[in-house]
Write a protein that binds this ligand. Sequence first.
Ligand code: WT7
Length: 648
Amino acid sequence: MSNESLANLLKEERRFAPPADLAANANVTAEAYEQAKADRLGFWAEQARRLTWATEPTETLDWTNPPFAKWFKDGKLNVAYNCVDRHVEAGNGDRVAIHFEGEPGDSRAITYAELKDEVSRAANALTELGVQAGDRVAVYLPMIPEAVISMLACARIGAAHSVVFGGFSADAIAKRIEDADAKVVITSDGGYRRGKPSALKPAVDEALTRVSVEKVLVVQRTKQDVAWTEGRDLWWHETVGRQSAEHAPQAFDAEQPLFILYTSGTTGKPKGILHTSGGYLTQASYTHHAVFDLKPETDVYWCTADIGWVTGHSYITYGPLSNGATQVIYEGTPDTPHQGRISEIVQKYGVTILYTAPTLIRTFMKWGDEIPAKFDLSSLRVLGSVGEPINPEAWVWYRKHFGADKCPVVDTWWQTETGAIMISPLPGVTETKPGSAQRALPGISATVVDDEAAEVPNGGGGYLVLTEPWPSMLRTIWGDDQRFIDTYWSRFEGKYFAGDGAKKDEDGDIWLLGRVDDVMLVSGHNISTTEVESALVSHPAVAEAAVVGAADATTGQAIVAFVILRGSANADDESLVADLRNHVGTSLGPIAKPKRILPVAELPKTRSGKIMRRLLRDVAENRAVGDVTTLADSSVMDLIQAELPSAS
Ligand code: WT7
């Protein structure tokens, strides 16, 4: 990306200081940056002491064979013990670990003491089914407590879990079972979604016509009819239910595989991202403590992600539970039975820390300000965002309508591969800037480089890289070390290439600009899709925008914007389109004015909420739309095409 990139034209001047009381009592202060800078490995060795080790590590990092890292390699611990038992031993067994809220409105509170019993029973059951340390277990469940219990049961016996998102197809399950060679699958009859039971087991049954496992453990959630394979299928409530609640956790090496989680990537077969135990848990725990300022005695934390994504792994299961948090787990969709469901749950449980995604925040904006206003959200004190760059306007809206204009918003940048948060404000330290993840956390080294790998000066744009290994880094791609090297460590010598475009502002703060594949080249200028989208979303009529570069005879690429209008705006209003173009022109510069602006009712998104610009590029270039199998709702593309004038 060149330095004349329009990346530098979007000026965001709003600044928000941390609330004084939060700053005064913050878990982490500015001193942590100094400490980590002076002695990075010493800093992480100290954070590792947050955990309870059976054998304390004496070596922090072995980086003798880069990019294959070993953290805390002579240490031994049990991850599940750290997430459950030690809180009970410390006298906090009666503290609620999980407030489960089912979509139909059923609820269940699970204390740490109860969680210990459940995890122990599940661990005993897996052992009875023949699962041993080092084996893999596939988990295909809805957002119910058994998902967390299954993950911890695997961890407890040293088996790696491979959670497959409950929205994925039989084909995706089969590929993941095969790649990881899973021995057992844990699934359920179904889960509740959009007001009705939605089956899960049939997809597993279909997957198992192509690949085989020894046993299928089935949680009964909806009581819908299921097909049954005798000898292979077992009910959770029978098999787990009859086990002893006693299970002695064995200590495993810090580098024992903890989980494999597949990321789709844009091309090729899914990558099985491998995470291990000691380093991963250290960083998941530290970042959850630092970024959310968690006070386990008083906070009620809620991460709205699904357990099928890394956010659910690190910030539902491992980070919060290692810290002894009380958290909410919600099964269903945000608009069932009404569009205020998320706010209602915040009110019901007195949620103090909310961690969600820009796609949901923009959806709330579209639904209208009056919905959160109907609920008491005054318990909230920290708001987090993850998954995509958050448009400044969505950031400000979130702070205002959920955070009473006082809660810090922490925009957390990280990836499945990084395992835990890498770049984020600290709520008691950072003066925040809407739309920027700002600064690498203490102990993390990130910067922005140009095509030649040279660090860009403040004000420059380029590629985000991580320049030092970190504890929760992926260890490899399961079964494919070469692909691990090629994908992440070959673009820039000795540095981890994240695949994201980024810029540094005048203060040296980092702004993420989206995946590098999404950058547009217009008349020789690199223009970030993220920035044009943010400019559009800053117009009062726009709730969401997706921008793509379409081949253009004169300018190389031309900017085409798909916009979802807010409640009252009229899609047939010609003058509105002109107004939006001018608005982008004034915010970013004339060259960033979209050539075409197309109002649509929906945007194509992956199941984790990321906009699939590739498909919109197909529409903008009048091509047949490509592979839609990873879309959350595959009918969206038909809808978009039906709505378009003629795409010329
Ligand atoms: C990609 C990683 C991290 C858990 C969920 C996604 C984008 C993520 C941010 C953010 C800008 C972000 C990046 C990254 N991304 N968080 N705060 N600001 N972009 O995990 O599916 O592995 O995706 O999500 O493009 O590379 P993932």
